[in-house]
Design a protein around this ligand. Structure first.
Ligand code: F3S
Length: 65
């Protein structure tokens, strides 16, 4: 699995960072992107799902490999 953040949708709510700190990185303005290629380790999948569900802008997609 991997995650992808849509930069056009992200408004910097940062709930994703609270839920899955290792999967996202923020810039100086609070907008996030996925870490690296967005790969989600097996033991982080549940956190990734929570991040998807809790983003108010629906900016995060969880994609099956
Ligand atoms: Fe952006 Fe959603 Fe995270 S708006 S900072 S992707 S919670």
């Amino acid at each position: 699995m991997r995650i992808k953040v849509d930069p056009a949708r992200c408004q910097g709510h940062n709930r994703c960072l609270d839920l899955a700190r290792d999967l996202f990185v923020d810039d100086d303005f609070g907008y996030v992107t996925e870490v690296g290629d967005g790969s989600v380790p097996a033991d982080e999948v549940r956190r990734a799902e929570l991040a998807v569900l809790n983003c108010p802008e629906a900016a995060i997609e969880l994609i099956a490999d």
